[in-house]
Each structure stands twice: as structure tokens, then as C-alpha cells.
Design a protein around this ligand. Structure first.
Ligand code: AMP
Length: 397
């Protein structure tokens, strides 16, 4: 089957066409600046990237341009739209309504709308993507794959906040967790690499990208994760603060004369390693370069980031009653041996030792701990699009 995977944001849309039998990417691309001016890039498998500026007033037009790129007589990868068997949509928040991926129906759309106030920036954009696809491909089955679904197995003690219980009862305020598709994909793959059945292994998955989260997965089920009601909680991220005392928000509102919205914008967009470095960069390539040159801000940011990751690993090791494996994934986790080493060097108390040569790996599956390390450590590239395509193919078969 040919599965079109759509990841729709408020002004961007990423897409991949995947052959579900061979799991090969047939073509992929990105629409940017939707509603502003419009930019499209498309890479047919094995060929050069095609880039163009093209008016994209709304998501309907973006989807139409995606289909046009996929079916183009010269550079396209399918002859007609009919070759697309199904569409898989990444949906950020499923609330408590969705514990797994589902075929999209009117009821599913309504349920996604119902939890939109939990992800006001993301769910409405995801819904626009669904509707735009339905308009252009009305008879093609579509599947919703939720970032939150994998974490729905967390026990109450892990997901509940220490707030008056009426807020949970009335508004469902709790930890949900995100990056679930990646945590599921990587925890399953690391079990294979470690040679253990998925339902008999305890793993800690460190998804370290621009957004970053950690999860504890026990025998195939997530038992805890670092992101919360929204993706702001947990690790220090590219520009997000991660865990802070909630009183900080009120404090900076008063001191800096900010509205709550402005203070939240600081926590989401101006904090994290970017803010800690003194606005040098949110990109770990820049931070590593600065760190090596002795830049104080870069050192501060990297040290705080790696300390927080190690702290979460320690606590999830306790939650799991002793982890068997740790996996590093996403942009930083897959590519930065520098960051991995700084994290693992902090884990001596767990009997973990790094194989420095193996840790030179970038973007490939590899065990990076020594043979006698008490917990095995792996690099496992994530592939959220493939995970979405797999779920979609399984549900529409
Ligand atoms: P993601 O959100 O998973 O796409 O990750 C993006 C982030 O990965 C970037 O902001 C960089 O911080 C980081 N990254 C990508 N490539 C490298 C690299 N070669 N070395 C260090 N960090 C990298």
C-alpha cells in the first residue's frame, strides 16, 4: 500500500509517501509559510530536492500542491491520486479519548475538537490538515495517530498532578506526555537490538531533539514520561524551559510587567538552552562549538541540559525497578556523541560505562556502552513517519 503521511502545523505541512510493504520512502517534502507567502520542497526518492516559491493562501491549497508534486508527469512519484491507498495524520493531543491510532470518522473529528483546548496551537492545525485531505481525496481512508496515545498506559500515580482533584475531574488536567509515536517506535526497536521480547524488557527512551522528552517503558507499556499537560514540562529543551517552579511565572509577570501570555511565551520560546546560553543558539551544534571554545553561556546550557537528562534517567531507573536498556534518539540523541557522553558520564552510580569509540556513531543504530556496562545503552534513530504509516496500513487493511 502507498501511505501518505501528513504532519500539519499552523503554517507548515510535512509529508511523506511511504510504501508500507517495503517501508521505503517514495517521496517526501515540506510546505512552509502557509497563509503567508508559500514555499514547497519535494524530494522524489533517489532524486534531487525540488524547491519553489508558490502562493499558499491556506492548507487546502498546500494539500493540492502536495498532490500536484506527487503526481507531476516529470518529477512525480505516482501517476494519479488513485495510487494513494490511505492517509495517516499525526495528531498532537488525543486527551484521554484515544489510547491508540484510529480510522478517522466524524465522531473521531469531534473527539479531537473536544480536546483542542489542551493543545490550542496544534490540534486545530491538525484538523485543518484532515479536512483539507478529505476535500481533495474524499474516498481515501484516513487514520489519526496521536502523540499522546502511547503514554495512556501510565498509572494514575505517574499522571496525576498534586492539585485539587476537582481540576482533574472537571478539566482532565494531568500529565499526558508527547512524542509517543517516537517513544513507542524506539522502545520496540531497542528491545529487538538488545535481543529481548518487547513485553519482557524495561527501557528508558531519551528523545532529545529541539523538543525533548524521556519515557520509562516497562514490558511494552509506558509507565512515566517527562512532558505533561503540554510539551512544556520536563527536560530543558531547545527554547522551552522544562520543569520550573510554577511561581516563576507570576514572579516574572510582576518584575518584567508581562501578561501571562507573554510570560508563557518566554517559557516556550526564549528559555531552554537558547535562553541559558545567553541567546547564543538552541542548536546543539552551535552549543558544542561554543562549549569547546570555553564560552560560558554554552557551557552553562549544556551542563544544565545534560544534568537534567541524567536526573530523569536516575528517577526512571527507580520507577522501572532497574532498567535493562537506555536508548538515545532524535536530532541531538542520534547525532551528538558529545551530549551522550556528558549524560552517560553522570550515570556512574548506575554502573553504566560508555564505549567511547562506539559513541562516535551518528544517526545509526549502535550499542554505545561497554560489554560489562550494567545497563546497555543504544543509539536508535527514530522514524515517526514510518510508525504512522505502519499504524495506518494496519488499520485500513
Ligand atoms: P529534532 O527536533 O529531532 O529534529 O532535532 C533537531 C536538533 O537536533 C537541532 O536543533 C540540533 O540541536 C540537533 N542536531 C541535529 N544534528 C546535530 C548534530 N550533528 N550534532 C549535534 N546536534 C545536532
Amino acid at each position: 500500500m502507498k501511505i501518505l503521511v501528513i504532519n500539519c502545523g499552523s503554517s507548515s505541512l510535512k509529508f511523506q509517501l511511504i510504501d508500507s510493504e517495503t517501508e521505503a520512502v517514495i517521496g517526501k517534502g515540506l510546505c512552509e509559510r502557509i497563509g503567508i507567502d508559500g514555499r514547497l520542497n519535494f524530494t522524489p526518492a533517489g532524486k534531487d530536492k525540488i524547491e519553489r516559491e508558490v502562493a499558499m493562501p491556506d492548507h487546502n491549497e498546500a494539500i493540492r500542491l502536495v498532490i500536484e508534486a506527487l503526481t507531476d508527469a516529470e518529477t512525480g512519484v505516482v501517476k494519479t491520486l488513485d495510487e494513494i491507498d490511505a492517509v495517516g495524520h499525526r495528531i498532537v493531543h488525543g486527551g484521554e479519548n484515544f489510547t491508540k491510532s484510529v480510522v478517522i470518522t466524524d465522531e473521531v473529528i469531534k473527539a479531537i475538537e473536544d480536546v483542542s483546548d489542551l493543545a490550542p496551537l496544534h490540534n486545530p492545525a491538525n484538523l485543518i490538515g484532515i479536512r483539507a485531505c478529505q476535500k481533495i481525496m474524499p474516498s481515501v481512508p484516513m487514520v489519526a495517530v496521536f502523540d499522546t496515545a502511547f503514554h495512556q498506559t501510565m498509572p494514575e500515580e505517574a499522571y496525576i498532578y498534586g492539585l485539587p482533584i476537582e481540576y482533574y475531574n472537571k478539566y482532565k488536567i494531568r500529565r499526558y506526555g508527547f512524542h509517543g509515536t517516537s517513544h513507542a517506535f524506539v522502545s520496540e526497536r531497542v528491545a529487538e537490538l538488545a535481543g529481548k521480547p518487547y513485553d519482557q524488557i524495561k527501557s528508558i527512551v531519551c528523545h532529545l531533539g529541539n523538543g525533548a522528552s524521556i519515557s520509562a517503558v516497562c514490558n511494552g507499556k509506558c509507565i512515566d514520561t517527562s512532558m505533561g499537560l503540554t510539551p512544556l514540562e520536563g527536560l530543558i529543551m531547545g527554547t522551552r524551559s522544562g520543569d520550573v517552579d510554577p511561581s516563576v511565572i507570576n514572579f516574572i509577570e510582576q518584575k518584567e510587567n508581562l501578561t501571562t501570555e507573554e510570560a508563557m511565551n518566554v517559557l516556550n520560546k526564549k528559555s531552554g538552552v537558547y535562553g541559558l546560553s545567553g541567546d547564543v543558539s538552541s542548536d546543539f551544534r552551535d552549543l558544542e562549538a561554543g562549549y569547546r571554545k570555553g564560552d560560558e553561556g554554552c557551557k552553562r546550557a549544556v551542563d544544565a541540559f545534560t544534568y537534567r537528562v541524567a536526573k530523569y534517567i536516575g528517577s526512571y531507573n527507580v520507577a522501572l525497578g532497574g532498567a535493562d536498556v537506555i536508548a538515545f534518539t532524535a536530532g541531538v540523541g542520534e547525532n551528538s556523541g558529545f551530549v551522550r557522553k556528558l549524560v552517560i558520564d553522570r550515570l556512574g552510580a548506575l554502573g553504566i560505562t560508555l564505549d567511547e569509540k562506539a559513541n562516535e556513531v551518528r544517526g545509526e543504530e549502535k550499542m554505545i556502552s561497554t560489554a560489562d556496562s550494567k545497563i546497555k545503552v543504544f543509539v536508535v534513530p527514530t522514524n515517526e513517519e514510518l510508525a504512522i504509516a505502519r499504524d495506518t496500513a494496519a488499520l485500513v487493511k
